[in-house]
Design a binder for this molecule. Sequence first.
Ligand code: NAD
Ligand code: UDP
Length: 328
Amino acid sequence: MPDTMPKIKRILVAGGAGFLGSHLCERLVDAGHDVICVDNFFTSQKENIQHLLDRPNFELIRHDVTLPLYLEVDEIYNLACPAAPGHYQYNPIKTMKTSILGSINLIGMAKRCRAKILQASTSEVYGDPVVHPQPETYNGSVNPIGPRACYDEGKRAAETLFMDYHRVHRLPVRVVRIFNTYGPRMHPYDGRVVSNFIRQALTGEDITIYGDGNQTRSFCYRDELVEGMIRMMDNTSDVIGPINLGNPDEFTIRELAETVVELTGAKSRLTMKPSPADDPRQRCPDIASARKILDWEPKIALRDGLEKTVEWFRGIDFDRFRPPTPCY
Ligand code: NAD
Ligand code: UDP
């Protein structure tokens, strides 16, 4: 095969029907790869990948990653895990199992196939950070026994597994720490701040600000985040991560609410609710490593990304979405 021919790879995307996973599948299918999407549809619906089902290089397997799975692949992206606080706290024990057993099963597959494997980790590994912005060298400040721990500690344990498999078996792993990402195909009832505010604005409900609204987040548009993940997987250097992926523009939650109201022309009022336990006060990625190693940096401003997201939310029927079903 001439060197210029793109190599077609067999790529497994675990959690491939979700908000980020479905966009990742789309990108990989469009690039001509042989894509296998594995998902148990705990927090997603088939609609997210419906448009891919008749593509010859796309295959869907309904499967729970806490159970073993045997496939032959060249690359694995592990995105299988509920990501929104409401979703991951719904069944916290299952969330922990998904992060840990799911990682063990998928890393086992990678080891058997000598496949490259990327873990979608999270800024939650920094907990409620006292270092700001957060560089990858910061070890975080996580409450191990609070309601967010099932997710934060599950993801931290998964990072440990990835690093140990690399140290012990020289497995080619990649770890990215994803900061708050938003865009089309967010679940409208996932309770995350962007989906909540847009849904509330479009349906004329009050916009619910938890706490004083001065806590901060940094929001990355979906397409740019997925591009960063692919660059990390494709990177041929020895860098295994963890690498932060996120948009370093930081906003208060109140600023986000005001922007959503302005963009939607909503009549909604802002209403204050109690702050959830262990809610991080500030969050902003230091992306110096991603800039240097991946030549990656987000360019889509929050307003522009929100406009596209609002447009998508205007086109969906909220009644077709349901909250997560019991899943033990
Ligand atoms: P999502 O909930 O839309 O996607 C997760 C997908 O995993 C869903 O399709 C769900 O059904 C599936 N899943 C859950 N448990 C599973 C199991 N046991 N077996 C098989 N499939 C399972 O969330 P998302 O925002 O697309 O997040 C994708 C990944 O990125 C997650 O691992 C999340 O932790 C990580 N991440 C996302 C963000 C963000 O802001 N979106 C931030 C940090 C990290
Ligand atoms: N938040 C809010 N109103 C909502 C949903 C969330 O004020 O309706 C706040 C939440 O308390 C947190 C921030 O928005 O401070 C981001 O919450 P999200 O659940 O989207 O993500 P995470 O806390 O995991 O970053």
